[in-house]
Design a binder for this molecule. Structure first.
Ligand SMILES: [Zn+2]
Length: 462
């Protein structure tokens, strides 16, 4: 069925303007001043803002950590994504120790295929580098996974050493892949954790105290140097500190083309949360990197506004407070790291970015949708309201005010770190390839229709 969205403020690649959008056969068929010339559903969008569907760069759905499965699988996580205006999710498929790339990818297809309500693609996270992976990388890229992730943190499980990272990035340069890295110095974290536990410092707040900002800045500096030597396109995942941001600006000043992702929690939540309330209050925000200070947040907002920070993910990695996070009641090392955020990423960025005059509407769309689509090889199919693009459209009421309550969210988790926040701007309807999947804020109960997206190599952002 064809659909005409009339009279909204449409954020196009050329800027925001009053326009009508005509949707047919899953695509945007026309955009401008239009009148219905055939039978189609017409929706009055006057007073509303129309955005391209959000592209989420960083999720962990149906991930197993320390024998615990994340609260959200692809089914609940993708419904939450849609409710929050995200129509495309890039999740971290993972090949664990001694697994081929193909094995990790087929495992993730088993988790996602047929259960996912939004469109989705995979990055591939790797915990090692060897000749077999070296041989496999070109084919993996040709088959539509053009971005790889490594960890410089989590010593003993996920971390790779600098030599392996360098070799992987050299190969990535040859095959045109992008490498994203979790930048914290895992060796020093392990040392600080051992020292803390040796002194009996096992409460949740010590998680953060073992991960000072300088460990992120050091790892970013090292990663950029390695990336520059290897010549691969590369980006930092979930940047959290001003020190790290400054290191990235120095890298760019000497010619590095490094891209930058941050996450909503690092823009909005404060490290004070580790010193308030009981175990449960603190365990909610045990994540890596940890939450930081007001001056870090200001640096990140400035970086977003100036165009230096490229996209915002959620690092959605949800564990139940009761039954999962509380495994670490007597030892912070046993608290599974991460928190929920897939559903509120766009609303938070709109409310605290656009409605508070920190970001223009166009810049907001860049960081929640367009830049990720371009960088990760989905543009202009995704990330744009333009003729020929997929009709993934978010209809937002820019003046509506509402309050975050976990019980109203589609996320499966038993808490949200954003509980009680008052937000401006509410997502009304969402279209996925022309089909209305969210109506008046509610996900329409249909069978999952999300499609897997094989991605191209993507483009540089500057
Ligand atoms: Zn992550």
């Amino acid at each position: 069925m064809a659909v005409l969205l009339k009279g909204g403020l449409v954020v196009t690649p050329g800027g925001a303007k009053k326009a009508d959008i005509f949707i047919q056969d899953e695509k945007i068929a026309a955009l401008g001043k239009l009148s219905p010339d055939k039978a189609c559903d017409v929706f009055d969008c006057r007073g509303l803002v129309l955005l391209p569907g959000g592209v989420e760069t960083h999720t962990h759905l149906d991930l197993e950590v320390m024998d615990m499965h994340t609260a959200d699988d692809f089914s609940s996580g993708s419904r939450a994504a849609l409710a929050g205006g995200t129509t495309t999710v890039l999740d971290f498929a993972t090949s664990f120790k001694d697994e081929t790339m193909a094995k990790g990818i087929s495992n993730w297809h088993r988790k996602a295929d047929g259960k996912t309500y939004c469109d989705f693609g995979f990055h591939l996270a790797l915990v090692d580098w060897n000749d077999a992976l070296e041989d496999e990388m070109a084919q993996t890229v040709d088959e539509g996974i053009s971005s790889f992730k490594f960890y410089l943190a989590y010593k003993g499980s996920l971390m790779v050493d600098d030599g392996r990272l360098y070799r992987a990035m050299r190969r990535a340069a040859e095959v045109g892949a992008v490498v994203g890295v979790h930048c914290e110095n895992g060796d020093l974290i392990a040392t600080f954790v051992d020292d803390a536990v040796g002194k009996g410092e096992i409460a949740p707040e010590f998680h953060e105290l073992c991960r000072p900002a300088v460990l992120e800045a050091e790892a970013i500096e090292r990663f950029c140097r390695i990336g520059e030597m290897a010549g691969a396109r590369h980006y930092v995942v979930h940047l959290s500190t001003k020190e790290g941001f400054d290191a990235l600006m120095r890298a760019r000043a000497r010619g590095s083309d490094v891209a930058i992702e941050t996450c909503a929690q690092y823009l909005l939540l404060d490290r004070k949360l580790y010193s308030e309330g009981d175990f449960y209050d603190k365990a909610k925000v045990v994540m890596s990197p940890p939450l930081r200070t007001a001056s870090d947040r200001e640096a990140l907002w400035r970086g977003l506004a100036s165009g230096d920070i490229d996209f915002v993910g959620s690092d959605h990695c949800s564990f139940y407070l009761h039954g999962q996070k509380d495994h670490g009641l007597h030892d912070f090392r046993l608290i599974p790291n991460g928190g929920p955020g897939i559903e509120l990423r766009l609303p938070l960025l709109y409310s605290f970015g656009v409605a508070k005059d920190r970001l223009s509407l166009e810049r907001f769309v860049d960081v929640v949708s367009t830049n990720a689509a371009r960088y990760f090889g989905l543009y202009p199919k995704k990330g744009a309201l333009a003729v020929g693009s997929d009709a993934d459209i978010v209809v937002l009421d820019p003046t509506a005010k509402w309050k975050v309550r976990q019980e109203d969210l589609y996320e499966a988790c038993d808490y949200t770190p954003y509980e009680g926040l008052e937000l401006t701007g509410r997502i009304v309807d969402v279209y996925l390839r022309g089909k209305k999947v969210v109506e008046d804020g509610k996900v329409i109960d249909d069978p999952p229709s999300g499609r897997y997206l094989a991605r191209s190599r993507g483009e540089d952002l500057r």
